[in-house]
Design a protein around this ligand. Structure first.
Ligand code: PLP
Length: 456
């Protein structure tokens, strides 16, 4: 064996010990960032001609670098959209890496893609989309939204006489930032309906009616949100679907955060109408307990996605050959070479069964209700609006924006909690408020209580 291999074998026990230790995230403090200069001073030169050795590098990681990261699955990490990958999925993420699978084409990755598709079939079944609908795992919600928007735009171009016009999509100000960002990538304009609350069918209809003829002919898609990132609000999917059908528009539902809640009986009805979507984004790395990164885009008619995304090249012809036939994930989204990033989700689903997923999501929803009640019972805080999905917006009575910022940093630096402020728009005013987003089923009522107490 090479010297380096011996070193790796010797280290593998250390690495497994580290992994197992990390899997009990509750033991660890929430990490905090350091400046690049501070980190450099701690670790010195790491890339050298001779190498610094695996053990030395790994120690630098454990001692200094890992501590400068926030473990996203800490039970008191309630900022942004947290995550809480299952231990099974994390372990299988290691297996995925070790298996060296090129996940672009069935010819090379049939076994892995088979597993991904098993998991995808379950996700598609949650949406209620008709027979024939299918999807593919992407690097995240942004890539999923982009893939869907490209498909919608190409479909529009193909069936439209206005070939040279710049496209236009409608969404609401509650939509995720990635919709606007990806609209820039594909060079289409975005019209925002001015509501951070639920986007309703009639409001959409009114917006369309108010368009000038030159705008109307450029309009090709509507993006509704299935659980806004800021407040967990689900748009009027049924009403929007009707308008899209009537106006012949592509109907995309961005459920990157909320999509996991499709499995929860207590809120499933809020998503009624999602089964009429042309495309849907769901992030398994948010509320389906997958490790980063794992998004998903689902199409009612996958053929349209293939037309938009399949890459051509003489070096790729072999994959299209009869004998290589099978599902080629690269034909349905923007990425060619790809990790079989749905594989960890497959293993975890196979191991635990879907009922455990239902229970874990219901727990996140329940935690939001518990937080809502605690906030109502606590004099120094009050709800901004009723909890929606697993998001809770609340204010600390009397606080100015800088008080929230200061409080966030203080809790973070202590390694105690990460809860960040956001803004909520009512009328024309933006108010700075505090926000919880629950994903991790291991968060407790006591955790919430402790965080509220820290606002005294
Ligand atoms: C998180 C989120 C996205 C972006 O997903 P990434 O995985 O971060 O790329 C898009 N839309 C919504 C509604 C989200 O919550």
């Amino acid at each position: 064996m090479h010297k380096a291999d011996i070193q790796l074998v010797e280290m593998s026990m250390d690495i497994m010990k580290y992994v197992i230790d990390r899997l009990s995230s509750k033991k660890h403090k929430i990490g905090k960032p350091k400046s690049e200069k501070e980190l450099k001073a701690l670790v010195g030169e790491t890339i050298t001609e001779k190498g610094i050795g695996g053990e030395f590098a790994f120690n630098l990681w454990k001692k200094h670098l890992m501590k400068a990261n926030v473990s996203i699955d800490h039970p008191r990490h309630l900022a942004f959209v947290p995550a809480s990958p299952t231990r099974a999925a994390i372990m299988f993420d290691l297996v995925t890496s070790a298996s060296s699978i090129h996940g672009a084409y069935w010819m090379e990755g049939a076994g892995g893609i088979f597993c991904e598709n098993e998991a995808m079939r379950w996700i598609v079944s949650l949406t209620g989309l008709p027979e024939g609908a299918f999807g593919v795992f992407t690097s995240g919600g942004t890539a999923a939204n982009l893939s869907a928007m490209v498909t919608a735009r190409e479909h529009w171009r193909e069936n439209h006489i206005y070939q040279a016009e710049k496209g236009l999509i409608i969404t609401s100000i509650g939509a995720h930032s990635s919709i606007k960002a990806m609209a820039k990538v594909i060079d289409v304009d975005v019209l925002l309906v001015d509501t951070e609350d639920k986007l309703l069918g009639p409001a959409l209809q009114k917006t369309i009616a108010s368009l000038e003829a030159s705008q109307r002919k450029r309009l090709f898609a509507v993006v509704a949100t299935g659980g806004t990132t800021n407040a967990g609000i689900i748009d009027d999917l049924l009403g929007i679907a009707e308008v899209c059908k009537k106006e012949n528009l592509w109907f995309h539902v961005d459920a990157a955060y909320g999509g996991g809640a499709l499995v929860a009986n207590s809120v499933r009805h809020l998503f009624d109408g999602i089964e009429k979507a042309d495309s849907i984004t769901i992030d398994p790395h948010k509320w389906m307990f997958s490790p980063y990164d794992c998004g998903a885009v689902i199409y009612k008619n996958p053929d349209l996605a293939r037309k938009a995304h399949a890459q051509e090249g003489s070096y790729l012809d072999i994959f299209k050959d009869e004998s290589a036939l099978g599902f080629n994930p690269s034909d349905y989204q923007i990425q060619l070479t790809r990790r079989v990033r749905g594989l960890p989700l497959w293993f975890s689903l196979a191991m635990h069964g879907t009922k455990r997923y239902k229970q874990a999501v219901e727990r996140g929803l329940e935690l939001a209700q518990i937080a809502g009640k605690l906030i109502e019972e606590t004099p120094h805080v009050e709800l901004v609006r009723a909890p929606s999905l697993s998001c809770v917006l609340y204010r600390r009575i009397g606080w100015k924006p800088e008080d929230y910022t200061h409080w966030t940093h203080e809790n973070h630096l202590k390694g105690f909690a990460l809860v960040t402020p956001t803004k909520w728009k009512t009328g024309n005013t933006f108010e700075t408020v505090s926000r919880f987003c629950f994903i991790n089923p291991d968060t407790t009522k006591k955790d919430i209580q402790m965080i509220l107490n820290s606002m005294r």
